[in-house]
Design a binder for this molecule. Structure first.
Ligand code: IPE
Ligand code: IPE
Ligand code: MG
Length: 259
């Protein structure tokens, strides 16, 4: 069964890897991360433009946030736009950024009402000042909420994050504010965009693809991986429940022997 975390880092950052429900006795992952994939294929299968898939994908985000709250997840991190997605045709990138702006403008008040604390991770500098102001506003207006920590990864790449952290550490050592000998896993983690977050216990990817596509490479060292065939716009509370049930059956060993 799903055991508590023995390693020092995991124990510090992951709140024992999930919590046991008082009613069912099953283990709910504390932090669920999702690679929301399949919007384009969802649209294509209906003879619709890709943007229609992204619009339906935004509706699935709403459903997923509500389901996560209902099902006792404390941290939910959604991969919405990768550092590599800038390579897509200009029209699609424009549609995605405008949908993002729309989502933030229409949704933040509701998120605040639901007790959601909203954060963005990723290279914000690549977005327009207008969109960056929306990120700041969303974070400000939901700060301090405790029911669900919702993090959206935007212009996010795991390697980019690690390289930027390494660079910032090198600067700190150069400036004499950090002792090179003090650099360990925990110290390194503090330089990542996810510094204030626990590591994911469970990573879900939709659409049937079985790869990480540069998502949370450092943080998912011991995440349980679940690949689902559902396309993201069709994802609902039953899919989340199925993934949580699968997680509850996993045996997390963190390198220890089977006991
Ligand atoms: C995920 O859906 C959304 C983003 C990556 C922005 P896709 O747009 O990748 O959809 P598919 O994989 O082409 O079906
Ligand atoms: C990963 O999906 C990024 C997001 C879901 C935001 P992609 O569709 O970009 O990944 P690849 O290209 O299939 O690996
Ligand atoms: Mg895709």
């Amino acid at each position: 069964m799903n055991r508590a975390v023995p390693s020092e880092r995991a124990a510090v950052t992951s709140d024992a890897g999930g919590k046991r429900s008082k009613t069912s006795g099953s283990v709910t992952p504390c932090h669920v991360a999702i690679i929301m994939d399949g919007n384009g294929r969802w649209a294509k299968s209906r003879g619709m433009p890709r943007v229609a898939g992204h619009h339906s994908g935004a509706k699935a985000v709403r459903r997923c946030v509500e389901a996560a709250i209902d099902q006792g997840v404390e941290w939910l991190t959604l991969f919405a736009f990768s550092s590599e997605n800038w390579r897509r045709p200009e029209g699609e990138v424009m549609e995605l950024t405008s949908l993002l702006k729309q989502y933030l403008r229409s949704e933040v008040a509701e998120l605040a009402k639901q007790g959601v604390c909203f954060r963005v991770i990723g290279d914000r500098a690549r977005f327009s000042p207008e969109l960056r102001a929306e990120f700041d506003r969303a974070e400000r207006e939901t700060a301090g909420n405790r029911r669900l920590n919702l993090t959206v990864a935007l212009s996010y790449g795991g390697r980019d994050e690690i390289v930027k952290a390494a660079r910032a550490m090198a600067h700190a050592v150069q400036a004499g504010t950090l002792d090179a000998e003090a650099v360990d896993e925990q110290a390194f983690g503090k330089f990542l965009w996810t510094a204030a977050m626990p590591d994911p216990d469970l990573l879900i990817r939709t659409s049937g693809e079985r790869r990480l596509s540069n998502f949370l490479l450092w943080q998912c060292a011991y995440a349980e991986l679940i690949f689902m065939d559902v396309l993201w716009p069709d994802f609902d509370a039953t899919h989340l429940a199925a993934a949580l049930a699968d997680f509850a059956r996993r045996d997390r060993r963190y390198g220890a022997s089977v006991g």
